[in-house]
Design a protein around this ligand. Structure first.
Ligand code: TRP
Ligand code: SF4
Length: 534
């Protein structure tokens, strides 16, 4: 449906809700999805993030996660990239890491609590945990002074500790003082160029150099947990940070000494070309004199349609002729599946070590080695271990999980600059109580209607408070609130009163804990006052 077609709105004029909380209005494509790390943090339709950006639905990995967090169970954590290796490492008790960063631009609020909880949950399950203060980013991209940054940083850290982060097991740092991060950022910067950052982030000739530097710094943050060895690492963030995650995953790959691909003949080929060769190999019965030994030149003829056209490749496929030529040049060489190790950034010594490490039949070429007896699944691990042995990073592509943004208490987006829209973790408990009491709801105009039609829990910021925070681990309670609301048994006045009370208790309790962890913070290694100027 298009934006101007009449919609099948509910009788009360509201927009019908999809089971996942998206609305048909969003599905109409009213606004474009764009993920901007420095823009406003709203997403109109989470499902578009799956189709347009390739974020995967969290539901699909949920069953692989041991005792999933309530934010996972309730779909607040809705998406991920490549979370499986992290889930697996936690199941198997193997090394894993979790890292997220916070720009100290204001008070930590209940939205940040989601990320604090995610870090802590992974830490409790054995992951190396990192919480970082993105002070360079706050200074360069948001223009905060170092004094302001220090003050806010302290508040973030206290809340993170109060919620249960263990600073002895985990690591807290600020970007500005982490030399290893800076050094890694510099190396990563060699693999990324200006046009690439321009197309990812919309940077142009006016963009500050330091802002760009903060991007490579974040890339280094994300890979930092792997400096002492490759390990599955999850970055819990809002979906606005996905461009950073994608770039970090690319850079992790570009830093690798060796690439591993499948191949069928000795010549070098791009990924697209390899796919064509693979098809030609699969079709060998159709053209080879001896299908046990299809010859390159036979495959070339077949590809060019001389012995029977390849129906599934469109004429304009550029890879086709390039591949045909390569196959033709290879002449009578048989097509034979193999695992190829490509030398990307290795020095001679590392390349030699790789050759040495490959068991069974192998052929060594200028920039690659072909192995005939190595299982493709094991090849990646072999390449990684040789790389690490040779002093390389051997990075695994970092994983991510994404949480939904909370709706503002006043409707619209939750924004740090609109105090009534959010609840700061530093709000006086009574003030928190009041904010909840004055929140907008998904309720009907009258109590009578509410009893008849039920409330709209899916559109209610108060219900969100229950699901995201107030119900804690208690799924039964969260479900009860939901059912009672949509069933018309729960009216907004009492519901808000209950939520407001719980919020007051939460804030009082949290602030008490903040006071208790002051000493823990003083003892932690992180620098609390920056000597920097400006
Ligand atoms: N850019 C993030 C933000 O705006 C902060 C950040 C810096 C970060 N480094 C990170 C987040 C590494 C996750 C991982 O909040
Ligand atoms: Fe929201 Fe509660 Fe009202 Fe339902 S009853 S709409 S959950 S405030």
């Amino acid at each position: 449906m298009t934006a101007d077609e009449p919609s099948d709105d509910a009788a009360d004029g509201s927009t019908p809700v999809r089971p996942d909380g998206g609305t048909t209005e969003d599905a109409a494509g009213a606004d474009e999805v764009a993920l901007d790390p420095w823009g406003s943090s709203t997403v109109s339709d989470y499902r578009k993030l799956f189709s347009e950006f390739g974020i995967e639905a969290f539901d699909e990995v949920l069953s692989e996660v041991p005792n999933p967090h309530y934010l996972m169970r309730r779909g607040v954590i809705f998406g991920h990239r490549d979370y499986r290796p992290v889930a697996e490492a936690m199941r198997e008790g193997e090394d894993a890491a979790v890292l997220s960063g916070f720009m100290p631009t204001g008070d930590p609020h209940i939205g940040h609590k989601l990320v604090f909880d995610e870090i802590i949950w992974h830490q409790e399950r054995g992951a190396d945990a990192y919480g970082l203060i993105a002070d360079l980013e706050a200074h360069s991209a948001r223009g905060l002074s170092w004094d302001e940054i220090d003050e806010h940083a302290r508040n973030y850290l206290l809340s993170l500790l109060a919620l249960g982060f263990d600073p002895e097991e985990g690591e807290l740092y600020r970007q500005s003082t982490n030399r290893a991060v800076q050094d890694l950022a510099f190396e990563l910067g060699i693999e990324a160029n200006f046009s690439e950052l321009g197309s990812i982030y919309g940077f142009d000739g006016e963009t500050d150099v330091s802002h760009m530097q903060s991007v490579v710094t974040q890339m280094a943050d994300i890979l930092y947990p792997q400096l002492d060895g490759p390990k599955p690492t999850v970055i819990p963030v809002g979906p606005d940070q996905d461009p950073h995650v994608r770039l970090a995953r690319d850079l992790a790959e570009r830093m690798r000494m060796f690439g591993v691909t499948e191949a069928y003949a000795s010549f070098e080929a791009t990924e697209d070309e390899l796919a064509v060769v693979a098809d030609a190999y699969d079709a060998r019965e159709a053209y080879a004199d001896d299908p046990d030994q299809p010859r390159c030149v036979e495959a070339a003829e077949w590809l060019r349609g001389e012995g029977g056209a390849r129906p599934d490749v469109p004429d304009e496929d550029v890879a086709l002729e390039a591949v045909a030529e390569k196959l033709e040049n290879a002449g009578m060489e048989p097509l034979r599946p193999r695992t190829r190790f490509v030398d990307r950034r290795a020095d001679d010594e590392a390349f030699e070590a790789l050759i040495e490490a490959i068991d069974g039949e192998k052929r060594v070429f200028e920039g690659h080695v072909d192995a005939f007896d190595v299982d493709p699944a094991e090849a990646a691990e072999l390449a990684r271990s040789v790389e690490v042995e040779a002093g390389g990073y051997g990075f695994l592509a970092p994983s991510s999980i994404y949480h939904r943004f909370m709706t503002g208490l006043t409707g619209g987006k939750m924004s740090s600059s609109v105090p009534a829209s959010h609840i700061s973790l530093l709000d006086d408990p009574d003030e928190g109580y009041e904010k909840v009491k004055s929140a907008t709801t998904g309720g009907r105009e009258t109590a009578e209607k509410q009893r008849e039609l039920g409330g709209k829990a899916d559109e209610c910021p108060v219900y969100e408070l229950y699901a995201y925070l107030l119900a804690g681990d208690d799924d039964e309670f969260a479900t009860l609130v939901y059912e009672e609301c949509v069933g018309g048994e729960r009216l907004c006045g009492n519901c808000k009163e209950q939520a407001a009370e719980l919020m007051r208790e939460f804030l009082a309790d949290h602030q008490e804990k903040r006071a208790e962890v002051e000493e823990l913070l003083e003892a932690a290694e992180i620098e609390l006052e920056s000597p920097r100027r400006g």
